[in-house]
Ligand binder design. Structure first.
Ligand code: XMP
Length: 594
């Protein structure tokens, strides 16, 4: 087994998933695990984490772990901690490094066997190692981080500042595979038994009870539904689809027909649009909205239980929660809250603590859930749908409690005009939640040179502590005088966003059908901002991304003609006055805007 010590990094579980793909069994431990529990492991990975080693209550671990004599791979915070514990120097960073960077290898290293001399890696850090401990050498650098990798060859201790576990580190998987080889663990374990193991666990946990499952028609809840039915039989699983009014255009009809086609006959529909909208009126703060939506789901579920006269003692609540939902909700011991997913609000947390919730997919990532769905016989149409968040348009409709200037400041980068907007949205930097401003780039002659825009976007965020996102203005070529506008989740705004979303999704679908691009868009939020043009019309953001498991993402470089078509069509909607394209990776942005 390879042990992963979790310092609260957003990607600690992702490391496990990547290592498992090499056929090695892994287990995640809190970083304060006793050294005795690690006596029989063949390798140890130290994860990243949201803290600085300089924090007063900085996390640490038992230093005897370095004396176990097994290979150690220390990532990001783990790399800094290793340096500090073994006598090197860590310094507070000057500006931080988020998103892509070029890694250059400096020495021959087993960890970098067959890895290209220069390659793109993914960074998310502020502090950095500035002197290696005795016995270590520097094995790789980037332009902003001289000690991007270090190693003690004789003790097989490797420290790396970047994240090999995210797909955007081009050689990351190879590096992790090399570590598995250094530990001599390749092909010692197999994932195929997941479904059988889970069925047994579900039967044990549910015992003689039944399961009440909220089904959204998305990938996770559909796969959870199929898995629960396989384990318990149709009679013991009661699926409810709630139309809460925060769904895409005609989503209710689509889900009803696709679930029928997939052979689910026990799915019930509950229409509760007004209830959700009433609860959301006058709310603008993203976390407050999430909590209200999460609680509303639970309240409606309780109403159904009461109406059908079901004995609550005899029922468990089933959820299609997957791992990123838990980790981003601050659900592992040392991780930070990035956002509260609808299935992790305090009311549900109480039920979880009382043992009344069953979540058979809670340890998996989206790509693994899709694989399980296919193994259970669900159609590709169903398992390949883009993810859609439980709180739906409730988060994608950004709200504001004030009216005022929409632009905080203006500047120029590489000859392009840039405005920093006064509205804010959630992002994730260095494993922590941020709530900062977006910057807008204008281009007189719209060329959409992606490499250049990518660089500008990374530079703007890395160099400004005000900005966590960068968008490109598709609809105007020169600066606009935007106003922030007091606005909430209302029927009008939902309809407006549904129209824009439908246009964008249909144009994307047609483009992917016809051109069959090598990398398909993984998810495509379309967002409505509380920002208006001088004519009083609202602004839309297009946020297509490429990802594999939602923990990290790149903005999707769609062809200019496709984006132009989307923007032109969306501008025809009454009350829409500007269309932006999001140029932000995750980190520093999140996939959703809220
Ligand atoms: P972010 O925006 O954090 O999102 O990059 C990561 C993934 O999670 C989805 N998401 C949710 N899914 N309930 C869900 O089931 C939620 O409350 C929720 N919030 C975000 C998001 O769409 C993306 O795929």
């Amino acid at each position: 087994m390879i042990a992963i010590l979790d310092f609260g990094g957003q990607y600690a579980h992702l490391i496990a998933t990547r290592l498992r793909s090499f056929g090695v069994y892994t287990n995640n431990f809190d970083c304060d695990v006793s050294v005795d529990q690690l006596k029989n492991v063949q390798g140890i990975v130290l994860s990243g984490g949201p803290q600085s080693v300089f924090a007063e209550d900085a996390l640490t671990m038992d230093s005897r772990i370095f004396e176990l004599g097994v290979p150690v791979l220390a990532i990001c915070f783990g790399h800094q901690l290793t340096s500090q514990m073994l006598g090197g120097v860590v310094s507070k960073g000057q500006k931080g490094e988020y998103g892509p960077a070029q890694l250059e290898l400096l020495t021959d290293s087993d960890l970098f066997k067959s890895v290209a001399k220069t390659s793109r890696v993914w960074m998310s850090h502020f502090d950095e190692v500035t002197k290696v401990p005795t016995g270590f050498e520097v094995s790789a650098s980037t332009s902003d981080c001289k000690i991007a990798a270090m190693e003690d060859k004789s003790r097989k201790i490797y420290g790396i500042q970047f994240h090999p576990e995210v797909i955007h580190s081009k050689e990351g998987t190879k590096i992790l595979g090399n570590f598995v080889d250094i530990c001599k663990q390749r092909n010692t374990w197999d994932l195929g038994s997941f479904i059988d193991d889970q069925c047994k666990l579900i039967q044990e946990k549910v015992a003689d009870k039944k399961v009440f499952l909220l089904v959204s028609g998305g990938v996770d809840s559909s796969v959870a539904f199929a898995l629960l039915e396989k384990a318990l039989g149709e009679e013991r699983v009661f699926g409810v689809f709630m139309d809460n009014g925060l769904l895409r255009y005609k989503e209710r009809e689509k889900v009803q027909s696709s679930m029928k086609k997939a052979g689910f006959d026990n799915l019930h529909t509950e229409v509760c649009q007004d209830y959700f909208l009433d609860n959301l009126s006058n709310q603008f703060e993203p976390e407050a909205k999430r909590k209200i939506i999460g609680n509303s789901f639970l309240e409606v579920q309780k109403q159904i239980v009461a109406r059908l006269d079901l004995n609550p003692e005899k029922w468990l609540l089933g959820q299609g929660t997957i791992y990123p939902d838990t980790i981003e909700s601050g659900g592992t011991k040392n991780s930070h809250l990035i956002k509260t997913h609808h299935n992790r609000v305090p009311e549900i947390q109480k039920l979880i603590d009382a043992g009344k919730v069953i979540e058979p997919l809670a340890d998996l990532y989206k790509d693994e859930v899709r694989e399980v769905g296919r193994k259970l016989g669900l159609s590709n149409d169903m398992v390949d749908r883009h993810p859609f968040p439980g709180p739906g348009l409730g988060v994608r409709i950004l709200c504001s409690d004030f009216t005022g200037n929409g632009v905080l400041s203006e500047t120029k980068v590489h000859d392009l005009d840039v405005q920093i907007l006064s509205i804010k949205s959630v992002g994730v930097q260095g494993d922590e939640r941020t709530y900062k401003h977006p910057a807008v780039i204008y281009e007189q002659e719209q060329k959409l040179d992606w490499d250049n825009l990518d660089q500008i976007s990374v530079k703007l965020v890395n160099e400004s502590d005000q900005v966590n996102r960068v968008v490109y203005c598709l609809s105007h070529k020169s600066k606009q005088s935007f106003k922030a506008k007091e606005s909430y989740v209302t029927k009008d705004r939902i309809i407006k966003l549904q129209k824009a979303d439908l246009i964008a999704q249909e144009i994307l679908h047609d483009y992917e059908q016809v051109e069959n691009p090598e990398t398909k868009v993984w998810q495509f939020p379309v967002v409505l901002l509380p920002l208006v043009t001088s004519a009083g019309d609202e602004c839309i953001v297009l946020r297509p991304i490429w990802s594999q498991e939602a923990m990290t993402a790149e903005f999707a470089r769609l062809p200019q003609v496709v984006l132009k078509k989307m923007s032109d069509e969306i501008l025809k909607i009454d009350g829409i006055g500007a269309v932006f394209f999001d140029l932000t990776h995750k980190p520093p942005g999140t996939i959703e805007w809220e």
